[in-house]
Design a protein around this ligand. Structure first.
Ligand SMILES: Cc1ncc(COP(=O)(O)O)c(C=O)c1O
Length: 481
């Protein structure tokens, strides 16, 4: 086997044989565990519930209704088949004008029409995944780096670095200020890169954030833009969750900040967008690069041949997003449902003393299980994660896979399932916490007995009695008081 691998390494490229895809991380392991034993309400009620997938399935009924009422949008219907030939033949890589117009208007609409997007700056890509890689190819050379605040979407490691040879350097954000990006953290990451002789080409922001579910405020955006301008580096904003903001504060796009700051280097700003989250269409692979830099638009457009959106999809999206009545109804209803679901989960967690970061966007909660760790290490986080996946049968994603700087945080997705599955999932969490509570009570009794009867090892005693893990300050105990 080893021999074969060595042989393959010689025969194949470095990309084919390196680990840059990141498939071996816990993030993907959770998916594998789900695939091996997927929950089904009747066929497999004890299976794993998938809470590791940031998918927005809460407003599909509205989309289905639109599709039913607009059969001409597909060339595979009696109403649309007359256009079959026009759509099925080769298209140029600029994309259908009506598609770019509709996406530009939609992006403006999602930002409250406070900014206008130029359809000629929209470049198609295979989802945001393709958009990220295209930008990395346009802005950086192998060995160059982008700064990225932690915790961040694990796919960035694959999308920006695997095939491009670009690196990501962490801007360490911490729970003490709700993981806010500070100028100090940016400067410190930049200085570290300088010391290591690594050329920094840009800063990658994700607003609203995956996994935090929070939006960047005006100050953070303005500071980030000032920082990138000072250092003469690019600013990429991944705004894939822009229409998932279900409560205040409002989402502010980097496009608005660029518009307000007339002296900023606009040509160093690039937006990544996709319909995967806002409309819940990850299968359609509709992504875009929106760049204020003409050369980047030009080059990205040529590169888009590698990841075009199929013309049938462009046509469908163009018609759907041009329907203002549908778009208005969809956007308002979608955030209403996301807000309700988020409230249900976060309140349900709070009932058993589990906290989560105060958030107002996205398709997930950033759950705080620090108090359930045996010790504040990533090994303990993995141990707890294994219990959650194997015994509680929930696939949640550990903070380590998002490069979180502190162990004990987990991302829990809530929009990829129906109400009943959500209730089952929450029921399992409640049961797990109740069992832990029972376990802790008995270990406290045991501890008291042990203290009288035998000498405990200091290490074990430390574990039980240390302030961080004190049973009295555990969220389970707090829930009772
Ligand atoms: C922050 C972020 N960026 C990009 C992507 C990739 O999106 P797409 O499916 O459009 O490629 C995701 C998907 O989860 C994401 O969360």
């Amino acid at each position: 086997m080893d021999h074969m691998l060595r042989n393959e390494e010689n025969l194949l490229s470095k990309i084919a044989t390196n680990d840059g895809h990141g498939e071996n991380s816990a993030y993907f392991d959770g998916w594998k565990a789900y695939d091996a034993d997927p929950y089904h309400p009747t066929k497999n009620p004890n299976g794993v519930i998938q809470m590791g997938l940031a998918e927005n399935q809460l407003a599909f009924d509205l989309v289905q209704e639109w599709v039913r009422n607009n059969p001409k949008a597909s060339i595979c219907t009696a109403e649309g088949v007359d256009d079959f030939k026009d759509i099925a033949i080769y298209q140029d890589y600029h994309g259908l004008p009506e598609f770019r117009n509709a996406v530009a208007r939609f992006m403006g609409r999602v930002r409250g029409n406070r900014v206008r997007f130029d359809p000629d700056r929209i470049v198609m890509s295979g989802g945001a995944t393709g958009a990220q890689e295209t930008l990395a190819f346009c802005l950086a050379d192998p060995g160059d780096a982008f700064l990225v605040p932690t915790p961040y979407y694990p796919g960035n490691d694959r999308d920006l670095t695997w095939r491009t040879g670009v690196r990501l350097l962490h801007v360490v954000c911490e729970s003490s200020n709700d993981f806010k990006i500070t100028r100090h953290a940016l400067e410190s990451a930049y200085n570290k890169a300088q010391e290591a002789n690594i050329r920094v080409k840009g800063l990658l922001l994700n607003n609203p954030s995956n996994p935090l579910g929070t939006v960047l405020d005006r100050e953070a955006l303005t500071d980030s833009l000032a920082f990138t301008n000072d250092k003469n580096i690019h600013l990429i904003c991944d705004e894939i969750y822009s229409a998932t903001v279900f409560s205040q504060p409002d989402f502010i796009s980097i496009a608005e900040i660029a518009q307000e700051n007339v002296n900023c280097r606009r040509d160093m700003i690039h937006i990544v967008y996709s319909l995967s989250k806002d409309l819940g269409f990850p299968g359609f692979r509709v992504g875009v690069v929106y760049s204020y830099n003409d050369t980047v638009v030009n080059c990205a457009r040529k590169m888009s041949s590698f990841g075009l959106v199929s013309t049938q999809t462009q046509r469908l999206i163009a018609l759907m997003l041009s329907d203002d009545v549908f778009v208005d109804k969809f956007l308002s209803e979608s955030v209403k449902r996301l807000g309700t679901r988020h409230g249900f989960l976060s309140r349900g967690l709070a009932q058993v003393g589990i906290g989560s970061l105060n958030s107002n966007a996205g398709l997930y909660c950033w759950m705080d299980l620090r108090r359930l760790l045996k010790e504040p290490t990533f090994e303990a986080e993995m141990e707890l994660w294994r219990v959650i996946i194997n015994e509680v049968k929930l696939n949640v994603s550990p903070g380590a896979s998002f490069h979180c700087s502190e162990p004990g945080w987990f991302r829990v997705c809530f929009a990829n399932m129906d109400d009943e599955t959500m209730r089952v999932a929450l029921g399992r969490i409640h049961k797990f916490v109740a069992q832990k509570k029972g376990g802790e009570a008995s270990s406290r009794r045991q501890c008291r007995r042990s203290k009288l009867e035998i000498s405990l090892s200091f290490r074990r005693l430390d574990e039980i009695m240390s302030p961080h893990h004190s049973p009295m300050s555990s969220p389970m105990v707090r829930a009772r008081t």
